[in-house]
Design a protein around this ligand. Structure first.
Ligand code: SF4
Length: 356
């Protein structure tokens, strides 16, 4: 019989409870956790401090999942898009964004997305299913292993993944329980051991779920805002018809987060739609008294969607208005657009049955 339980779906506490259910002491769960996320660990027989008899029980009842043989696409700017084959035949994508001093990995939380944002190609593929916690953390394990094996001359950044952002395919808060399990594994010292400040969850604004995220994890929060009035945001992001700007921003104002932490507001600049001086002033008014930073993202144009990117001068003028109002404002340049790996471009073109 094929074992049904993937041990990578458990937090440390979950693993302890699982081994206790098998009549083992709690420390066995901690031992297993400290093996599971080491590079190269794929077999129970590699866990040499676990008694052979218990290893046999684990082999019978459980398994250790791993992603192998990803589809790779390399951008001219050094970004790498990974397509990972899932058990059910679908493919999920992650994007490695290397810089000299860091490697940011953009992770997916679902296959496809149900939120249908009008500027996003992922939204056009519809929603297929939630990823399991194991499928989220295995994206990190696989890219970590890729970097460890990559020839030195190919490396732009360090030989490790340093930052994680849930900004790939899917709306993370629509898969919140699995996301919280994955975040626990990613930040657990016996797991993948990322500091919480290096992990960011980005949401399109599922306002009622923000509180639960903040109460259960202290990773960074990013909000895809993209408009300052409900009429424009309704058109760009249908989620706004359920949770309009006032509701979303009130949830941000009351978001439980550590002292000195700030919410990151993402704002895609779309020519003629949300990039005027008046809209910049309104953005400043809307975010008044919310501890925050603002990322301005000039739109990545796609021939499949009608939006256009503003001129660099317009982007700078929009930024200046916010800077003059004493906000921290960054302009994020597009990476990986030649391989459809830039923000909003993950559309699973390698999905079985999808044309490219
Ligand atoms: S922008 Fe994010 S939430 Fe919106 S459709 Fe794309 S993946 Fe989904």
């Amino acid at each position: 019989m094929t074992p049904q339980t993937d041990l990578k779906n458990y937090t440390l506490e979950g693993l302890v409870r699982f081994v206790e259910g098998l009549g083992q002491p709690a420390f066995r769960g901690r031992q297993i956790m400290s093996w599971l996320y080491r590079p190269g660990i794929t077999e129970f027989d590699q866990m040499t401090d676990i008694a052979k008899k218990f290893r046999e029980i684990l082999k019978e009842k459980t398994f250790i999942s791993n992603f192998t043989d990803p589809i790779l696409e390399r951008s001219q700017d050094g970004c790498i898009k990974f397509g990972f084959h899932l058990e059910d035949g679908s493919i999920v994508e992650s994007v490695l964004i290397p810089e000299e001093d860091r490697n940011t990995l953009c992770l997916s939380s679902q296959v496809g997305c149900a939120m249908n944002c009008s500027f996003c190609l992922t939204g056009t593929m519809g929603f297929a299913r939630n990823l399991t916690p194991a499928e989220m953390v295995n994206q990190v394990c696989a890219v970590r292993d890729f970097l460890l094996a990559e020839p030195a001359e190919n490396l732009i950044g360090p030989r490790e993944v340093t930052n994680l952002v849930f900004m790939g395919m899917g709306e993370p808060l629509n898969n919140l329980d699995n996301l919280l399990t994955a975040l626990s594994i990613l930040t657990e010292p016996k797991g993948l051991d990322f500091t919480k400040r290096k992990v960011t969850v980005s949401t399109c604004g599922i306002a009622p779920k923000l509180k639960k995220l903040g109460e259960n994890s202290t990773v960074n929060l990013a909000i895809s805002l993209h408009a300052v009035d409900d009429a424009t945001r309704d058109l760009l992001m249908p989620v706004n018809t359920r949770y309009p700007l006032d509701v979303l921003l009130e949830a941000c104002r009351t978001y439980p987060m550590p002292k000195r932490r700030r919410i990151m507001f993402e704002y895609i600049l779309l020519k003629g739609i949300n990039d005027s001086d008046e809209q910049a002033y309104e953005l400043a008014r809307k975010l008044h008294k919310i501890p925050c930073k603002i990322n301005l993202l000039p739109y990545n144009e796609s021939p499949l969607l009608p939006y256009r990117s503003p001129t660099p001068e317009r982007v700078l003028a929009f930024q200046k208005i916010l800077l003059d109002k004493h906000f921290s404002v960054f302009i994020r340049t597009s990476r990986g657009s030649d391989i459809s790996a830039a923000c909003g471009q993950l559309a699973g073109k390698n999905q079985p049955g999808k044309s490219s």
